[in-house]
Design a protein around this ligand. Structure first.
Ligand code: MEV
Length: 356
C-alpha cells in the first residue's frame, strides 16, 4: 500500500500523486467518563476519509479533501517558495510564527473562506511539507500527526481527552486511560451498524454538562463514572477472551454491557430522543445499541452478532433509515492513518476524489 513520494521537493509534488486516508472511529465504552480519568475503549472502523494531492501538466497541483468538501489548486511554483525553511528542519513539532505566515501566504485563501477550511488547508500544507515527503512514516511522525489531530479536537470542543485522535492515528482497538494508550491484542473483528441520527450536537456543551452534573451531584454521578470504568474493563476482558476463543455467550455479555452503559449515559444527561428511538428500533429486532462519542444526537452503534442473517441486517438498516437516520454496516479494527498508491483505491473513492 505504501508508495514513496520521492525525496526531493518539488520533484515529488510535480510527478507523484499523494493519497492519504484515515479511518473512522467509535468509542465502544468510556465516552465522557474518559474526560474524568476513567478507561475508554475505542476502535477504528473500516470506513475511511481520503485526501489527494495531484499534480497536473499545466504546472498546477490540486488538493482534494472530499469528506469535508474542500478542493484547492495552487501553482507548483508558488508552493516551491516554501523551500528550505520547511525541508531542512529535522525534528518537527510546532511551526514557527514565520512559517505560519508563509503558509497563509502560499495557501492564498480568499478572505471570506471559512475558518475551518482555512485551518484544514494550512494544517495540510504544514504536515505535507514536514511529513508526507518522507520515505516512510516513523512512530515519531505518527505521534506528530496525533498531536495535530489533538489540536484540531481542542478547537472543536475545548478539553478533549485525546482518545478520538489517538484511535484515528494508530487504528486498531485501543484502551485509553489518562493519556496512556495501549492496543488491545487479539480483539475480534466485530460487525456493527453505525447510525447517524443526524441530530446536530455540541460536544463542548455536552462535556461541560457532564462536568456540571458531577459538581452538582457528586455522590450520584461519580459512581456512574466508576461503573462506566468497570464496563470498559469488563469489555476489554471479554474482547481479549473472544480473541482467544470466541463463544456465543461472550456476545450476550457485550450486549448487556452496551445496555448498561447506554442507561448510564442517559443518566449523565447526554442521551437524546433520537438515540432512544435508535435503541428501541434495534431492540425490537433483538439487537443492542448505545450512543457513541459525545451523545446528544450524533451517532450510535449496534452490535451485530454472528449468525444474524443478512436479510435481518438489511431490514434493521431499513427500519433505521425510515426514522430519517443514515445507517452503515461496517467492522471494527482498521489500520490507522495511511499512505496509498493511486492504483490501490477502488473506483468509488476515485470518483469522490475527482467529483467534488
Ligand atoms: C467524544 O467523541 C468523546 C468524549 O468522551 C470527549 C472526549 O473524550 O474528549 C465525549
Amino acid at each position: 500500500m505504501f508508495k514513496p513520494i520521492g525525496k526531493g521537493f518539488p520533484g515529488a509534488m510535480l510527478s507523484e500523486v499523494l493519497l492519504v486516508s484515515a479511518p473512522g472511529k467509535v468509542i465502544l465504552h468510556g465516552e465522557h467518563a474518559v474526560v474524568h480519568g476513567k478507561v475508554a475503549l475505542a476502535v477504528s472502523l473500516n470506513l475511511r476519509t481520503f485526501l489527494r494531492l495531484q499534480p497536473h501538466s499545466n504546472g498546477k497541483v490540486d488538493l482534494s479533501l472530499p469528506n469535508i468538501g474542500i478542493k484547492r489548486a495552487w501553482d507548483v511554483a508558488r508552493l516551491q517558495s516554501l523551500d528550505a525553511s520547511f525541508l531542512e528542519q529535522g525534528d518537527v513539532t510546532t511551526p514557527t510564527s514565520e512559517q505560519v505566515e508563509k503558509l497563509k501566504e502560499v495557501a492564498g485563501l480568499p478572505d471570506d473562506c471559512a475558518v475551518t477550511e482555512r485551518l484544514a488547508v494550512q494544517a495540510f500544507l504544514y504536515l505535507y511539507l514536514s511529513i508526507c515527503r518522507k520515505q516512510r512514516w516513523t512512530k515519531e511522525d505518527l505521534e506528530l500527526i496525533n498531536k495535530w489531530a489533538f489540536q484540531g479536537e481542542r478547537m472543536i470542543h475545548g478539553n478533549p481527552s485525546g482518545v478520538d485522535n489517538a484511535v484515528s492515528t494508530w487504528g486498531g482497538a485501543l484502551r485509553y486511560h489518562q493519556g496512556k494508550i495501549s492496543s488491545l491484542k487479539r480483539s475480534p473483528a466485530l460487525q456493527i451498524l453505525l447510525t447517524n441520527t443526524k441530530v446536530p450536537r455540541n460536544t463542548r456543551a455536552l462535556v461541560a454538562g457532564v462536568r456540571n452534573r458531577l459538581l452538582k451531584f457528586p455522590e450520584i454521578v461519580a459512581p456512574l463514572l466508576t461503573s462506566i470504568d468497570a464496563i470498559s474493563l469488563e469489555c476489554e476482558r471479554v474482547l481479549g477472551e473472544m480473541g482467544e476463543a470466541p463463544a456465543p455467550e461472550q456476545y450476550v455479555v457485550l450486549e448487556e454491557l452496551i445496555d448498561m452503559n447506554q442507561h448510564h449515559l442517559n443518566a449523565l444527561g447526554v442521551g437524546h430522543a433520537s438515540l432512544d428511538q435508535l435503541c428501541q428500533v434495534t431492540r425490537a429486532r433483538g439487537l443492542h445499541s448505545k450512543l457513541t462519542g459525545a451523545g446528544g444526537g450524533g451517532c450510535g452503534i449496534t452490535l451485530l452478532k454472528p449468525g444474524l442473517e443478512q436479510p435481518e441486517v438489511e431490514a434493521t438498516k431499513q427500519a433505521l433509515t425510515s426514522c430519517g437516520f443514515d445507517c452503515l454496516e461496517t467492522s471494527i479494527g482498521a489500520p490507522g492513518v495511511s499512505i496509498h498508491s493511486a492504483t490501490s483505491l477502488d473506483s468509488r473513492v476515485q470518483q469522490a476524489l475527482d467529483g467534488l
